[in-house]
Design a protein around this ligand. Sequence first.
Ligand code: URA
Length: 433
Amino acid sequence: MRMVDLIEKKRDGGVLSDEEIRFIIDGFTKGDIPDYQMSAWAMAVFYKGMTDHETAVLTDAMMRSGDTIDLSRFGTKSVDKHSTGGVGDKTTLILAPIVSSLGGKMAKMSGRGLGHTGGTVDKLESIPGYKTTLSAEEFMQQVEDVGVAVIGQSGNLTPADKKLYALRDVTATVDSLPLITSSIMSKKLAAGSHSIVLDVKVGSGAFMKTLGDARKLAENMVAIGKACGRNVRAVLSNMDVPLGMAIGNALEVQEAAEILQGRGCDDLRGVCMTLAANMVELCNGWDEAFAKQQVHDAVASGRAFAQMKRWIAAQGGDASVLEDFSKLPQASVRHEILAPQDGWICRMDTQKVGEASSLLGAGRMTKEDTIDFAAGIVLSKKTGDYAKKGDVLATLYTNKAASLAESEAMFLRALSWSEEKPEPETLIFDIIR
Ligand code: URA
């Protein structure tokens, strides 16, 4: 087989056989197929697409390109969640304690943030002492004992995806449905959980800007997960507005702890309750109404918050920060953004809000950047709220005073104003079962 023939076949709209797809992924992983040929192939896929069967084989080949995690000791109780990325998305910090307090086993590997979206590992590292690296034995033992462990990506999981994603990033081939589907699902399948709930974000702060595209991605991922014998569901949730009020690592840890203490805002609570209920439905075999009630009770009783403290402490973190937020990293500069006019906020360009937070130090522009855990934005108003001129819209937190002016200008540019009260935002668009 020659790679040049397979590029040509896809370029001309052909359907690749299973052997041809496995040849490509195997050869690329080993370094036999050079980046320039793989880039040309990715561009051919970008234009010509793949059938569902090709996408499934590609996913399987990428999953098998490296190590896979064996969670069979947890039977059907192992459960994972994946978010396609957003602004203010701290759902893992809230879900993990809820789900593990209800019998789910969460052995979770999470990523770091890049660009306008945050990463769970960065958020957890803002907790003094929290270890995002554990040995394989420590990781499994903690899941066994506590029900949850969340670490950074480690080991040699899906090396084909690592290499291909890096190429796609610099060859304008990220936005391809079969390539996104296989990238996400190969990683989730390699991570080993029996049940997986996918939180597919839709809107201006998300990868998928339209409901139609997000639905297609969700349906593809659910179909592939099921074909591989896993219990998979996708929740289509709103990312046209930041999730919750806090954006930035330590600020989001604080907001997550507040939710589990019965405080915090309704949109964040609503999305977390939906995701958690779907997770415990799948891993415990519960019906929808019972799952929702159990999730509600876990939070209302304080059991989920107690479990959050147990998890953080088990992983070396100082759990007292979850009650005394002054022990979290603190910014030296705080600056309030005031409303420049009266009116309703009818839209927030959520990607821009994320970028305004990154400018303050909360995110990375390149993979090598370091993060300021204390930096970020706390919103006082968001889409659907009314502000009078001079009202506080948001507070910026940073240790880089020089970044304030640019961040404030970007934040204000992200807002659209109206004289009319806008329709309330939909929180959950659909659930793909
Ligand atoms: N996230 C991934 O992991 N892969 C993609 O291709 C896109 C988003």
